[in-house]
Design a protein around this ligand. Structure first.
Ligand code: ATP
Ligand code: ATP
Ligand code: MG
Ligand code: MG
Lengths: 256, 256
């Protein structure tokens, strides 16, 4: 069971779009996939057309009241694709967790109770911050997938993220590894994006995926249909990019 | 002195790009402008090529240790354009403020000590969240400028933001008004963006600006030069869109 936190504290860099569509691609390949919406803004939950409140327990209950992951899990219309939705109460989780014992390990503990056979992949969609929800995701994960929009702010953001990853590895989760850095929202024609990807490769080398997720309006339209790209426009460049990513990821254990 | 919070809890929707370039456009028109970087990720500070630590006090000191805005202010290379930079210590502000008295009014109080003649405009760049830093900005502001990327998640986000604005007006700042909703990252050819803007206008009517900030790679490149669009590519569509916005805004008091 591989647990991947989809992470970048910068906003709007394709974390949710990646969690949903990579998750769906893996499910379509026959894997059992659980998506956890750890963002109080609930975009992943919306993207898949789910209403909050459809489960016995919420992720808030899992983190703060010892509810089980199973009680917070709902099926989607796609075989083998399941979700722990975000509910409005999750907004309170960060501040309430601040004073709790073992506040960074709540998600890790809950996932530890899952049967190892229950899922092949767990993808955790993180909010655009390095607060307690993202920290919980990093402490619970075996691997990190960093989505990167190749524009100027990305580079500074990666440096800050690196420091936090090192701290998490030191104090909370020595097993945590980087699965890879995924260039998203790639506009092949701009020089800026070439330069940024070049810079990232110089700095981080082999961890950058070969797959590029290109800018494709179908990926932005799919959530308005309450589903992933494969149920909306399976022939689109967005669909083929995420299939290619699933391929590349299943070929890759972790990189460092 | 008009104080505007540039706001949207959704990530990557042009808040920072707008604060910087609208601020610069107003300064170029002869106004004295203060930009406050209220985001611990410090993108606005970076965008203008400023190093953290260049001031006597930080925004953290203003919020938590009673430092003055003046002590935290630095000039830029652009006449009449000033900045209160974000520093790494700001990351601790949200959690530390949580237990302080009058925690939502710290910025308002600090701005209240400023001479009304010191600036014509104060623009506050907010993080992608509705936490204490954004709340402080909303409590301190006379007006809100909501940047909106016209894609699916925008609509749900606006509804959530509306609720928070109503709460702030009720409990913290009855004077707070909406200056307007600004469509950003507009790709004129996509149906999706037309539909979303249509939906927003149906819902919010006259508050949507006539100005559209179009997708223009020059706006994404400018931060790599440590400056605003007018010092980088004054002939670009991005420059003309922000000049047009400054025009429209100076013609508009507040809308409701
Ligand atoms: N490859 C792509 N092509 C076109 N649009 C995309 C692509 N990837 C994401 N988008 C759109 O860009 C916007 C931002 O993407 P998304 O919400 O996935 O980013 P995020 O990192 O999860 O944002 P946040 O930090 O707010 O959680 C969304 O409107 C999404 O539909
Ligand atoms: N009109 C535009 N055309 C092209 N690129 C743009 C435009 N506006 C913003 N960008 C780029 O898009 C990215 C997101 O913009 P920006 O950082 O201003 O959004 P934000 O809302 O401040 O994000 P965050 O929520 O992370 O603070 C940046 O890389 C920026 O340079
Ligand atoms: Mg997201
Ligand atoms: Mg910003």
């Amino acid at each position: 069971m591989r647990i991947v936190a989809v992470l970048n504290q910068k906003g709007g860099v394709g974390k949710t779009t990646t969690a949903v569509n990579l998750g769906a691609a893996l499910a379509l390949r026959g894997r059992r996939v659980l998506l956890i919406d750890a963002d109080p803004q609930g975009n992943l939950t919306d993207h898949l057309g789910l209403e909050p409140g459809g489960t016995e327990a919420s992720l808030y209950d899992v983190l703060l009241e010892d509810a089980s992951i199973e009680a917070a899990t709902v099926a989607t219309e796609t075989e083998r694709l399941f979700v722990v939705p975000s509910e409005p109460d999750l907004a309170a989780a960060e501040s309430e967790l601040a004073n709790e014992l073992g506040r960074e390990g709540r998600l890790s503990r809950a996932l530890g109770h899952l049967d190892a056979e229950s899922y092949d992949w767990i993808l955790i969609d993180c909010p655009p911050s390095l607060g307690l929800l993202s920290i919980n995701a990093m402490a619970a994960a075996s691997e990190l997938l960093i989505t990167l929009q190749s524009e100027y702010f990305a580079l500074k953001g990666l440096a800050a993220l690196d420091d936090v990853i090192a701290m998490v590895q030191k104090h909370l989760n020595p097993e945590l590894r980087l699965l890879g850095i995924l260039p998203t929202l790639v506009n092949p024609v701009t020089i800026l994006s070439k330069e940024v990807i070049e810079e990232v490769k110089n700095h981080y080398g082999e961890v950058v995926f070969g797959t590029r997720i290109r800018q494709n309006v179908s990926l932005a339209e799919a959530p308005s249909r309450g589903t992933h790209i494969f149920a909306y426009k399976p022939g689109s460049p967005g669909a083929s990019d995420y299939l290619r990513l699933a391929d590349e990821i299943e070929g890759r254990r972790d990189t460092r």
